[in-house]
Design a protein around this ligand. Structure first.
Ligand code: ZN
Ligand code: ZN
Length: 387
């Protein structure tokens, strides 16, 4: 049961953008389609421009400005600012500062601006429709944004910029393909609504639906399907534990077009200092969760039966856990040494050791997954017998 929301005045600008515009779309789209038909070019403009505005949010607003996950050159900043303005999600300053608050106080009903504890609709959309205290602007957590001329320029001229960017993108395309009305409706209006909800899913569904491979200390989830919809932001469980990583889909095979875009920009000299969490730390978090889940399954199995087979798996898992903590201790000692010894040669040696310990982790992981397989098999058998 959600706690009652505090009384708050309606934000009419948000109601216009998020409620009124979709109503206009529902009426105007069938009407226009009936009288004119949409050109193929108008449909294509919708998909392409959805990418333009969404990536402006994911690569720009989110990973560059809210998290400082990499550094961008001025031309890239200007391009991302224009793309993000086209998404109409308020200014970078407001968005970035609010998002930092979300990370700092995630799931805290009173402080998280889009706390999922207030329910799906609040986290998705409702938090913007009224001026709730949790989402009130407070830029104390954003001194860097207050000092960024691109951010401050956009904040100062936000509304004229929104209008100018829409005119400068939509009108030439519409004119070039000979379907201004179609491009305005599909590439403009429908694209904007889709782009809004794509981002809003990150605050709503990405805190409800999916797995938690890295941490269960907050509600954020990893979800491949949402990654597809959100340009890679669906790996939200990883993102909440390692928010400064420029990747959300951290594994090379995970679908994250935003990380590919940032990486490509770095190769083109437009971005630099891409921040990556050391793979050892990532593996550590992942492995710790795997042990936790094994522990939980063992607890279930105790309730059902306690056979010799299960006792053996339990023993094996405990042994792997010892190996895990041992590796962790070795690594901590190594890091202490690294802090003491600054010389390059030593650092290099430590890097080799780092790699070696990572391999040890991988071996633990491999053995653990074999024990898990046995455990799952036993669990299945037991459940079958119980049923
Ligand atoms: Zn989140
Ligand atoms: Zn974030």
């Amino acid at each position: 049961m959600n706690a009652p929301l505090p009384q708050a005045p309606v934000n009419w600008v948000a109601v216009f953008a998020l409620v009124f515009l979709p109503i206009v779309a529902i009426i105007a789209i069938p009407f226009y389609a009936y009288h004119h038909d949409f050109s193929l070019a108008a449909w294509i403009s919708m998909f392409v421009l959805l990418g333009v505005s969404s990536l402006g949010i994911t690569a720009g607003y989110h990973r560059l400005w809210a998290h400082r996950a990499y550094e961008a050159t001025l031309p890239l900043k200007i391009i991302l600012m224009i793309m993000g303005t086209f998404a109409v999600q308020n200014s970078i300053l407001y968005w970035g500062s609010g998002h930092r608050t979300h990370h700092r106080h995630v799931d805290d009903t009173e402080k998280d601006p889009y706390s999922i504890n207030n329910g799906f609709w609040y986290a998705h959309l409702g938090w913007m429709l009224r001026d709730y205290p949790a989402a009130a602007p407070n830029y104390k957590n954003a001194p860097d944004l207050l000092n960024d001329p691109v951010v401050m320029f956009q904040d100062k001229y936000y509304v004229p910029l929104v209008i100018a960017v829409h005119a400068a993108i939509l009108l030439p395309i519409g004119w070039a393909v000979g379907d201004i009305g179609g491009v305005l409706l599909l590439g403009g209006l429908v694209r904007l609504i889709l782009s809004h909800h794509v981002t809003f899913f990150i605050n709503s569904l990405c805190h409800m639906w999916g797995s938690r491979p890295y941490t269960d200390e907050n509600t954020a989830r990893d979800n491949f399907w949402l990654a597809i919809a959100t340009w890679g932001e669906g790996y939200h469980n990883y993102h909440h534990i390692f928010q400064y990583d420029y990747r959300n889909g951290v594994k090379w095979w995970q679908y994250d077009p935003t990380k590919w875009l940032i990486w490509t920009c770095s190769k083109l000299g437009l971005a630099k200092n891409l921040r990556r969490i050391p793979s050892f730390n990532i593996k550590k978090a992942e492995l710790a969760m795997k042990f936790k889940y094994a522990e939980q399954d063992l607890a279930i199995i105790y309730g059902l039966n306690m056979s010799d087979d299960i006792a053996q798996v339990k023993g094996n898992i405990a042994k792997e856990y010892d190996a895990f903590t041992q590796t962790l201790n070795d690594w901590t000692k190594l890091k202490e040494k690294e802090i003491q010894a600054k010389k390059a040669a030593v650092a290099e040696k430590i890097h080799d050791m780092d790699e070696k310990l990572k391999v040890e982790f991988q071996q633990v992981e491999q053995r653990l997954s074999e024990h898990r397989e046995t455990l799952n098999q036993l669990l299945r058998n037991l459940k079958k017998t119980a049923a």
